[in-house]
Design a protein around this ligand. Structure first.
Ligand code: FES
Length: 82
């Protein structure tokens, strides 16, 4: 199981964490990864100035937004579980 934490700390929240959670949720369903990816919300991950931050396993991915959500998902999550 790959743990994915989306930061919902105040800075990331303001920059659209919930769009990323929603986007990741539907991408996980779309690819049938419900039993491979464990998506959770997290408090501040310590990268507040770098845009919405996500922790994938031990890796930090920063600068997520609605536009690049799918690309980052494919690059950092899909590639690790398929
Ligand atoms: S609020 Fe998200 S990294 Fe700090």
């Amino acid at each position: 199981m790959l743990d994915v934490f989306v930061c919902i700390g105040s800075s990331c929240h303001l920059r659209g964490s919930y769009d990323i959670i929603g986007g990741f949720k539907s991408l996980i369903e779309q690819h049938g990864l419900q039993d491979k990816v464990n998506l959770s919300a997290s408090f501040c991950l310590g990268h507040c100035t770098d845009g919405v931050t996500v922790k994938v396993g031990e890796e930090f991915v920063t600068g997520l937004n609605k536009e690049n959500c799918e690309e980052k998902f494919n690059q950092h999550i899909l590639s690790r579980v398929k």
